[in-house]
Design a protein around this ligand. Structure first.
Ligand code: ADP
Length: 214
């Protein structure tokens, strides 16, 4: 686990290493007027965080990484598959009315739509509102009529970095991404198996976890 907030002493150690590298733990301890064993946990944290590097018999080096580099590296290392949650799905033939009921029951803002089990579209609160104020017959119109349709759906993949997925949410100004696996059907056409979702809540949760450093 990465310690994101550094103590005053850890900041001092980094400054000493920067100015005197390579430097042994003994010499760092002397400069701080502390014992080596007192310093050991701090050096362990700074090494684990990737801020310092220890070479046997030589001493400590500053790696050039800042705390922010370390956080950034950590976020880039997290894959969509590690964080994805369960998608809320309706079939294309579902009425707009029933899809709205699903949205309330599942307490979600975005629903993914499938045809023959494969992703065919996405429908969100604004789409529903548009259909309602436009006076559509909600009970007799399938959700397929109002959804944003493939290939215009922005998707993410299990192996994609969570940072790239978050950037897609911002860039396209959307709340949710389907996590898909591409498959080739018997007729040679490509289709997307729906295996999860990444939403703004996914990213907010991760942000809070990193913030409270658990
Ligand atoms: P809301 O409607 O709750 O504001 P969004 O901002 O996510 O939610 O949706 C705005 C529009 O973008 C809607 O028309 C919706 O169909 C579409 N949309 C939502 N998610 C995606 C996505 N992953 N790819 C493409 N379009 C999307």
């Amino acid at each position: 686990m990465i310690k994101i907030h550094l103590t005053e002493r850890q900041e001092k150690i980094i400054d000493i290493v920067k100015a005197n590298q390579p430097i042994t733990s003994e010499n760092i301890a002397k400069k701080l007027k502390l014992t080596r064993s007192t310093l050991r946990p701090d050096l362990a944290i700074l090494t684990m965080a990737g801020i310092l590097d220890a070479r046997p018999k030589v001493g400590y080096f500053f790696t050039g990484k800042t705390v922010f580099n370390v956080i950034s590296e950590k976020i880039r290392g997290i894959k969509v598959t590690d964080r994805k949650s369960v998608p809320i799905i309706v079939d294309e033939q579902t009425s707009i009315y029933d899809a709205i009921v699903t949205m309330f029951i599942e307490d979600t803002g975005t629903i993914f739509v499938t045809s023959n089990g494969y992703l065919s579209g996405v429908v969100s609160r604004k789409d529903f509102l548009k259909s309602a104020i436009g006076g559509m017959n909600l009970s007799n119109t399938p959700v397929a009529v109002i959804m944003t349709r493939m290939p215009n759906v922005i998707v993410t993949y299990p192996e994609e970095s969570i940072l790239d997925a978050a950037m897609k949410l911002i860039e396209h100004e959307i709340d949710s991404l389907p996590v898909v696996r591409e498959v080739v059907l018997e007729n040679g056409e490509k289709a997307c198996e729906l295996i999860g979702r990444v939403t703004k809540t996914t990213i907010t949760r991760l942000f809070v976890e990193l913030g409270i450093n658990e």
